[in-house]
Design a protein around this ligand. Sequence first.
Ligand code: GUN
Ligand code: FE
Length: 388
Amino acid sequence: MEQYMQLFQGTAFSSTSAKEVQILKDYLFAINAEGVIKKVIAPEDAEYQPLLEAYQGKSNFRRLAEGQYLLPGFIDLHVHAPQWAQSGTALDIPLYDWLNTYTFPLESKFADLDFAEKVYEDLVSTLLANGTTTVLYFATVHKEASLLLAELCVKKGQRGLVGKVVMDDPAQNPEYYRDADTHSALADTEDFILAVRELAKTAKQGVYPVVTPRFIPSCTDEALRGLGKLADKYDAYVQSHCSESDWAHGYVRDRLDKNDAFALRDFGLLREKSVMAHCNFLDEPDADLFAETGTAIAHCPISNAYFANSVIPVAHFHGKGIDIGLGTDISGGFSPSLFDNIRQAVISSRMLEDGVDLPSPHISAVFRSRGLRSMKRSTWRQPEAVRV
Ligand code: GUN
Ligand code: FE
């Protein structure tokens, strides 16, 4: 009989598709010396009883108690790692002012590796303690501190996808916090990709470099084009923000005369391995482009509700075949917990689909412009108890 480091007996939930929950009732889960699930054994399997008898009563056997369940590790698709240091605070002003007043000054401190280590160490541990085993991270413009974050993920056993942030436009970013110039922004990104690929050789759970233009307003056309080429050269993951706020959405339209989605596509940044955060203002052609290019959405329901004052039509986009995952958006979102974000996703969705349907021409126009005409929007219903 094969030897395992640990054997668990209990019920686990997983899913086989977006709409199906799989329940593994009273299964055995055998963990190898690497801490990896080596085998999943159903009660009807021939191996089940002998294995149970061999491990029962030993210190490396654990039967889950009543009410305890195993779940797959959560995947957080949008975290600004440096912003952990201001999580839960400073969401009183709109995006543009928030970045310049609080966030850029904070992120600039990550030039200091001691400070970075303190924050990143606490963040990775906290996310793991919340059940998050895979994270797509924005770090900062600093190559060294970004690599430190990737190293901490490897050390602590979290699957990290990490991006050194690019913000090279001197007209849009403060002197104290930006890439020195476009050339160094691209060279640092390439160095970072190579360093993380090297690090990946020692990471049993995987670690991946991510091409990360902060958002179009932070970057020159030349940098965006160069990053598209790097993504292609290294077949790398790409992340950015797309149409998050009305300001960001409008800025891109003014500068490039097209929506964020099409601008990102034209820079070579919408790919099968691209994840775009927020996407609050996607119109129908934008969403179709996401589906066509295989670009996924990082849906950040707490941040959208609390910071961007917005709800995205997740079911509608899902119906178009777009992949959608959840993101905490630390610190636009105040909680490091994906559980909290799952709850908010349901709450926001209920408001969108069944909420009070004001007969306001303005609100109808907004919904029309977002292509929501065909969505279910029931009229206001009285609660049962007071219905006459
Ligand atoms: N858009 C550009 N940068 C940021 C950021 O740090 N947080 C959020 N929520 N949106 C952004
Ligand atoms: Fe964000």
